[in-house]
Design a protein around this ligand. Structure first.
Ligand code: ADP
Length: 163
């Protein structure tokens, strides 16, 4: 059984992430989507919320499992016993960072391969940080994220404004 993982922050998940998850799940028997529960990174959504936002888009896909992890990506890769770590790349700008990350991970865990999956041309402009900012300033982000994420973002932005 060939297993892969797709690690990331997913704060929030975008249609770009959803697309990489769908395509990767077609290539592997099992795909683990690993939501980074990173204490140092300030996220708009908790790890549990991000898990739910992803899961709700894949209710009928039995080979996709979504979980969170606090720690090094290589440690969860080892724990899950995956063969491959998938990373999505949008533009050349992503590549330098992703390449260095892949080199580091290879050194820490030589048995796991990093595979880069180029974004679908429809989604190459999608970036979670920009989407959050657009949502905060009231832009229509409904073509950039799944419907459940658009709803959650609208609710979160309103609840922050009323704090
Ligand atoms: P991280 O903090 O790990 O970079 P992100 O949630 O920003 O977490 O991204 C997770 C993964 O998804 C990364 O490999 C990133 O390159 C990829 N990704 C993000 N947005 C897109 C997109 N629009 N198309 C394809 N891949 C994407």
């Amino acid at each position: 059984m060939k297993c892969a993982m797709f690690p990331g922050s997913f704060d929030p998940p975008t249609l770009g992430h959803i697309n990489i998850i769908e395509r990767s799940a077609r290539l592997y028997d099992r795909l683990y989507v690993v939501v980074a529960d990173n204490v140092a990174k300030k996220c708009l959504f908790t790890a549990e919320e991000r898990i739910r936002l992803i899961k709700d888009n894949f209710r009928d896909k039995e080979n996709i499992e979504v979980l969170s992890f606090r720690g090094l990506t290589v440690d969860i890769a080892r724990e899950l016993g995956v063969d491959v770590m998938i990373r999505g790349v949008r533009a050349a700008g992503d590549f330098g960072y992703e390449f260095e990350l892949a080199m580091t991970n290879k050194q820490l865990l030589p048995t796991v391969e990093t595979l880069f999956m180029p974004t679908d041309p429809h989604y190459f402009l999608l970036r979670s940080s920009a989407i959050k900012e657009m949502a905060i300033f009231g832009a229509d982000i409904s073509a950039m994220v799944p419907a459940n994420v658009a709803k959650a973002l609208a609710e979160r932005v309103v609840s922050r404004e009323t704090l």
